[in-house]
Design a protein around this ligand. Structure first.
Ligand SMILES: Cc1ncc(COP(=O)(O)O)c(C=O)c1O
Length: 395
């Protein structure tokens, strides 16, 4: 017999480490923009898989590709060649800057790979990496150190040496922070967890110029923004800046756990044999999901669709801003949307959940939406209607 949400919560209370804040609901099934709890309630999900499920839940072409793949090969270690991984790398390379790929299992691991590559590629003695306040790069010791937010460091000290923090957008500050030991600069081309912060073109182009001048590696963490979410294959393509390295995870496999680091051809030999590895990285299942994800974006015109999602969301949000005075700023690129409030946003997450809409709030005041790029417009409007109604009621 199916378990209730409460039965499932009891299992967690007894056997799962409580390091996450979880909503008191167990989700059991999903289909596109919808997800159902153990009691059979249907929710519209505007934050599916924390941004991983770029097409919502269980997209059919990806499910089909996975079903075919599991019947053929589930896992192969990287001591063998496998067609799926090679084809996936080719497809990512052709849609970015023509570089080479290293595959892993998560965003943090992709960033670890980028940090190692940067230290290996630059001359001995150069090891520092400049990162930015309000960034988010992961939870391993190295990537949490790269994440310049004190709240994630508490109790973990000593942190990993070699990270220098600057203000996002402050080019002069970055220039002043560069010294003889600097090896690279790492940032999200659009900050996600930090509040959907969109930098100026001049800032990103200025960082590129500084990296060229000082021989630094420019790493863009596209774990949240990459692979079509923003309406371009990669967020850097909005800014006319080409980084040396991009890191990917979340979106690249429609929810199957995977990560990737892509680097320019000339950097690739620096990650020399024996210096880095991942047992599951680029496994046939991840590769099948990755290939199916790219094909789905193209077959269904989803880059364009992400732009339409942005337009539609901003139209609604602009209207709300006229009807309530709690909205500070509307931000977003494609299906990566942030609504900064003048007041705390947590109560809206709770109230929307009660109305069966799932959203996120980050940095206290920013309502963050990472909806499926192919959310049908009538469902998108239905969800926005719920959120708008709650916002207009106020705190
Ligand atoms: C921009 C960015 N980088 C890295 C990470 C870490 O990814 P993971 O949780 O897969 O390690 C995240 C996760 O939210 C992220 O948003």
């Amino acid at each position: 017999m199916a378990r209730s949400s409460q039965d499932i919560i009891s299992l967690f209370d007894q056997y799962v480490i409580p390091n996450y804040t979880r909503y008191p609901v167990a989700l059991v099934r999903g289909d596109g923009p919808f997800v159902w709890d153990a009691e059979g309630n249907r929710y519209i999900d505007f934050f599916p898989g924390w941004g991983c499920n770029m097409f919502g839940h269980c997209p059919k072409p990806v499910v089909k590709a996975l079903q075919e793949q599991v019947a053929k090969l589930i896992h192969l270690p990287n001591s063998w060649y496998m067609e799926e991984q090679g084809l996936w790398a080719k497809m990512l390379s052709e849609r970015s800057f023509g570089g080479k790929a290293f595959f892993c299992n998560s965003g943090a691991e992709a960033n670890e790979a980028a940090i190692k590559l940067t230290r290996l590629h630059t001359p001995k003695g150069k090891y520092k990496i400049i990162t930015f306040y309000n960034s988010f790069h992961g939870r391993t010791m190295c990537t949490v150190t790269a994440t310049a937010q004190a709240k994630y460091h508490e109790g973990l000290e000593p942190l990993v040496p070699g990270f220098v923090y600057c203000n996002y957008g402050d080019l002069a500050g970055v220039e002043a922070a560069i010294d003889d030991e600097t090896a690279g600069i790492m940032l999200e081309p659009i900050q996600g967890e930090g509040g959907v912060n969109i930098p100026s073109v001049e800032f990103l182009q200025g960082l590129r110029a500084l990296c060229d001048k000082h021989g630094l590696v420019l790493i863009f963490d596209e774990v949240q923004a990459g692979c079509g979410r923003t309406g371009e294959w990669f967020a850097y393509q909005h800014f006319n800046v080409v980084p040396d390295v991009i890191t990917l995870a979340k979106t690249i496999c429609s929810g199957v756990a995977a990560g990737a680091m892509l680097c320019k051809q000339e950097l690739a030999p620096s990650l020399r044999k024996g210096m880095h590895a991942s047992t599951f990285g680029g496994n046939p299942i991840a590769a099948a999901a990755g290939i199916a994800t790219i094909k789905m974006v193209e077959d269904e015109g989803l880059l364009e669709r992400a732009k339409q999602i942005e337009k539609r969301a901003k139209e609604h949000m602009t209207q709300w801003a006229k009807e309530t005075d709690i909205i500070q700023e509307i931000r977003g690129v494609g299906a990566m949307l942030g609504l900064e409030l003048k007041i705390d946003g947590a109560c809206f997450v709770q109230r929307c959940m009660e109305k069966h809409l799932l959203i996120n709030c980050t940095h206290g005041k920013v309502i963050r939406l990472l909806p499926a790029v192919n959310t049908p417009f009538d469902v998108f409007d239905e969800g926005l209607e719920i959120l708008g109604t709650e916002l207009k009621k106020g705190a």
